[in-house]
Design a protein around this ligand. Structure first.
Ligand code: NIG
Length: 395
């Protein structure tokens, strides 16, 4: 067999999770990478020759995590608020204003350094694709600079001007701004618009206005909904054909039925549920009803200060009734779908198949179930992004 000088073959994969119907999960597998894509998948015994060979010694390989919900553009610290919450003070949307004040006061360099720090932290743990949001600026200039800074670090950026109403404006004046001048300033730098539809933030009519303005500006739609109590967020997201409704902590039977017959993905944020002392979102009921789900970290300084997708997967398995394959899928392929990615397209993320992205997470364990079997143990051994090893062991 001819040796391909441009290819790297990864052999000795104890368990390969592909998230595809054609390959499923393979044992004693190999995978070939050319440039930034996977070019071949199959048994190690029949792997094609390549100039560069990496034997992973029976370790498990899976697609890199897709973190489809983060808020990385912020400054300041909310440790005291978190401590008080752990002593019984309830979480409320109002805490966002603390971070808005600190973010407005921060320099671009401070915000960029924090963004890079958190992106690097996520990558070291296997997150190869990441969405992040604005939402702690809440002036035209601050939302625009947050979007520009985010676009330098994240794969996709969401405009969340409609996070809360800032203290200096009335709700009516602020909505005019978000749906007008602010949207015009931010739209060239983002793919998505989002709205926090919750008591203490925006009601259904206000949220609908934000989504319609975003759609008219050519943006895709996302909603934060049903985080702190039952509410209109899920139904609004489904009615507007949003790609994702995020949180979904407090769902009625009608919400679950609506999600089950929609294309809107329910993005569940278990670290946030735990850190705000909410119940965990009803992942099992959603899947059993036929809804599509994603798992994401919701990294932010108020409600979920973690970049660990592994923690979310572990929690989903141990506490939310998902099997390991269901949780893995939700944190990779499901999250890609929540960002409206086609899993069969050339360069697809969240899956491993010929012509998918070569974004690969290698665990220091023989199978992925160890993510739940060994809770809290850092299992990332190596991470490859765009076909190149970027962190960890990859001799
Ligand atoms: O997704 N829900 C709205 N936004 C963030 C919270 C941000 C904060 O408390 O700073 C969230 O949980």
């Amino acid at each position: 067999m001819a040796v391909n000088p441009k290819a790297t073959v990864i052999t000795g994969i104890g368990e390969l999770t592909t998230n595809t119907e054609e390959f499923g999960a393979l044992n004693d597998a190999a995978l070939v990478i050319e440039n930034d894509r996977v070019s071949w998948i199959g048994p190690t015994a029949t792997a094609p020759a390549a100039d560069h060979r990496v034997d992973v010694g029976g370790r498990a390989v899976l697609p890199g995590w897709v973190d489809s919900h983060t808020h990385l553009v912020f400054a300041g610290d909310r440790t005291a608020e978190f401590g008080a919450r752990m002593s019984g003070t309830p979480y409320s949307a109002g805490g966002i204003r603390t971070t808005v004040e600190a973010t407005r006061a921060a320099t671009d360099d401070t915000l960029a350094a924090n963004l890079r720090r958190l992106r690097a932290e996520a990558l070291r743990q296997g997150t190869t694709y990441l969405e992040t949001k604005t939402g702690y600026g809440l002036t035209v200039a601050d939302e625009k600079r947050c979007a520009v800074l985010a676009a330098e670090v994240a794969d996709e950026v969401t405009f969340l001007g409609a996070h809360v109403v800032p203290p200096e404006l009335s709700a009516a004046d602020y909505l005019d701004l978000v749906c007008g001048v602010m949207l015009d300033a931010v739209a060239p730098h983002v793919r998505w618009i989002d709205v926090f539809c919750e008591t203490g933030a925006f009601d259904a009519a206000q949220s609908a206005r934000v989504l319609e303005a975003g759609r008219a500006a050519g943006l895709g739609l996302r909603v934060h909904g049903n985080q702190l109590a039952p509410g209109p967020g899920v139904q609004l997201a489904v009615q507007h054909g949003a790609a994702s409704v995020d949180h979904c902590t407090h769902l009625t039977a009608a919400d679950i039925d609506a999600l089950a017959v929609s294309t809107t993905v329910a993005t569940l944020l278990p670290a946030c549920d735990l850190c705000t002392r909410q119940p965990l979102a009803p992942a099992r009921r959603l899947l059993d009803a036929g809804a599509r789900i994603a798992l994401a970290t919701n990294t932010n300084p108020g409600s979920s200060y973690t970049t660990s997708m592994a923690f979310c997967v572990t929690t989903a398995v141990l506490q939310m009734g998902l099997s390991l394959p269901e949780a893995l899928y939700a944190a990779t392929a499901g999250a890609a779908q929540s960002l409206a990615h086609d899993l069969t397209a050339p360069g697809a993320i969240g899956v491993l198949r010929p012509d998918s992205a070569a974004d690969i997470h290698i665990l220091d364990a023989p199978s992925a179930i160890h993510l739940a079997y060994r809770p809290g143990i850092p299992l990332t051994w190596s991470v490859w992004r765009h076909g190149k090893p970027v962190t960890g062991r990859h001799e």
